[in-house]
Design a protein around this ligand. Sequence first.
Ligand code: ZN
Ligand code: MN
Length: 487
Amino acid sequence: MPKSGVAYVTSVGMEVHAELLTETKMFCGCLNRFGGEVNTRVCPVCLALPGALPYINRRAVEHVLRTALALNCQIAMRSLFHRKNYFYPDLPKGYQLSQYEETNPIGYAGYLVIPAGDDGLATKRVRLRRVHLEEDTGKLMHLPSGGSGVDCNRAGVPLMEIVTDFPPDIHTPEEAREYLQQLRLLLVYLGVCDGKMEQGSLRCEPNISIAEESAEKLGVKTELKNLGSFRAVASGIRHEETRMADELGRGNELKQETRGWNEDKETSFVMRVKEQEQDYRYFTDPDLPPMVFTEEYIETLRANLPELPMQKRQRYIEALGLSAYDAGVLVADREWAEFFDGAVEDGGDPKQVCNWMNGDFARLLNEDKLDVSESKVRPSHIVNIVNLVESGAINGKTAKEVFERTYKSGELPAEIIESEGLSQISDTGAILCVVREAIKENPDAVGKFKEGKTNIKGFFVGKVMQKTKGRANAEIVNQLLDVELSK
Ligand code: ZN
Ligand code: MN
């Protein structure tokens, strides 16, 4: 009989691998690039031919240090590489160079702050256990002939691993997704990873367990693989919590296993069952010296960190008065946020600048499938249009048309208004003439108005706007119509 009414708590640990943006691989001079003809970016070092000696990529180490600092980690001032020995066909060396032990990883004991709560105004800390540096493996591939092969272009690419602390702070699929999105954004802002999940440069393997609310220990965990998108992360975890609750409800015991996610079928399948913890026979790599950092070097890196996405987001909300939603949309793309910062620095009202950006500007870019960097619109254009509307020089309708022209040509809005004579008419006398004309030309409509159909006023507003090519100040038009129609 299924157990009913049992409340389970889900716990999710996150293990994330990020390929680092470097010119060359981790321990040799081969180019670090996605794709390319198979086995063309290899050398004796990344293929581990006998006698080949690895050397450490300084830029990769710097990327991990900066990430660890941005993630509020402790830094190991002396850090080693270890060999993690195991056999798998995508690992021609027979071991992966990685970092072992509790306080040896470059970064440890940190945390990432993520948005929380229904309105996104609260925040939550997700504690991190380690941020370490290792190398990527090759890729197994199916050959047209039916056999399999290994492409070693990826073997030896610098890889950073970021692992959350235990017991987990993440308890829902949505939190897991938020964590991954914020982490990805942080890496992109730091310029250490391109964050392309679809190309595998950012990979996430959550482990999921459920336990009764009153339980003292966490339940048996499943590790989930093949999650190629944020959506897959959330739906995969949701599927697992339901599947495990079902199993327990039927009185079955859960097995510790690794499962794959089938995104098309929205279901998971067993990849392997863990019999026992694998023994990787870790030992210090004899060919690589320890990395030793000075206090001064670390403090220089810390001082040069950019404003991080969550700091930006909180500043937009708290100092600039934007909603959590608007702030989130701006921060989600680094260039978009920098554009916004530029416009606000130029004196644009933050709320108005944000409305133009996330409204008309985003729509136009989206229609043309352009990035903000490819557009002719610069922050000064947005500030200009915001100020023209605010000062009453043009009305909202004209502003939209002017902005579309600015978007197409790159002309300054003020220049378009000047050359086209588009400025708003706020001269009461001039508007009154037009209002009277409209009333005179439409006696039937006036009759209806007098019979009590007051919403016909909108018809007159339209007529006046038509006659002034949309340039009349709408507020004045409305005031004058109220007076004239009631005569
Ligand atoms: Zn190489
Ligand atoms: Mn790893």
